[in-house]
Design a protein around this ligand. Structure first.
Ligand code: SF4
Length: 233
């Protein structure tokens, strides 16, 4: 049994966290990023008593064998958890596919985790520019992000890259830039996700959030740039 893994919450059924699969999602505690669009701030700290225990989640997965296809490790940032490879192995033994949501923290550790996962949802927060990244997420891990993304692309694993279109952070031009950069790196699958204003954001209007999804020129450009491109609203 995996020891010392900090669970912040679970979603017992999801059709949206692992494409095409019925999954359960486990939200890991701890996150080095400070995304301004975060709806899960309570997951940023580690070692919080939550009432969710890994062993109970594993018992739940045993009961759901044959009824669910996959387990997604989400966060927070799951790569914060040193016991993640062990936890993944435990779930794989039960016959589940493994999904991972990450921003690409700790490339060396990601390298260790990657062979164990079947699909990765990789967050791209801003154009791939160190100053922009640091400013947006308040952390200096940009080189790790690039390294992790390259590892993912070299691995041949199924994946998607996605960007949350927070208009306080990103402009339409920024999305063109991200599109260009990802295309040059060889990314094939990309999604734009709509920003849902966090509680403290009383300035952002619906039309600010919507503008990324109604710009036909931008959407056409992205469709032509990737084998798979779509929007999530
Ligand atoms: S990666 Fe997720 S949990 Fe961490 S700050 Fe960003 S939105 Fe919040």
């Amino acid at each position: 049994m995996t020891k010392e893994i900090n669970v912040g919450g679970v979603e017992t059924f999801s059709m949206v966290d692992y494409p095409g699969k019925m999954s359960a999602v486990v939200f890991m505690q701890g996150c080095p990023w400070r995304c301004p669009f975060c709806h899960n701030m309570e997951l940023q700290k580690i070692n919080k008593v939550t009432g969710f225990e890994w062993s109970k989640f594993v018992e739940f997965l045993k009961e759901r064998q044959g009824k669910l296809d996959a387990v997604v490790f989400s966060g927070g940032e799951p790569l914060v958890q040193n016991s993640l490879p062990e936890a993944i192995e435990e779930v794989k033994k039960l016959g589940y596919k493994i999904g991972l949501h990450t921003g690409g923290f700790r490339a060396d550790f990601f390298k260790k985790v990657l062979p164990r996962v079947d699909w990765v949802g990789f967050d791209i927060k801003t154009p791939l520019n160190e100053a922009r990244y640091n400013e947006a997420v308040g952390q200096r891990h940009f080189k790790e992000v690039i390294e992790s993304l390259k590892l993912l692309l070299q691995s041949g694993k199924a994946y998607e890259c996605r960007t949350t279109c927070d208009p306080r952070l990103l402009s339409i031009d920024d999305i063109y830039t991200i599109g260009n950069e990802l295309k040059s790196l060889g990314v094939k699958e990309y999604y734009l996700q709509k920003y849902r204003p966090i509680e403290s954001d009383i300035i952002t209007q619906e039309e600010d959030c919507e503008k990324f999804f109604t710009d036909k020129k931008l959407l056409k450009y992205l469709k032509e740039s990737f084998s798979v491109f779509d929007t999530r609203k």
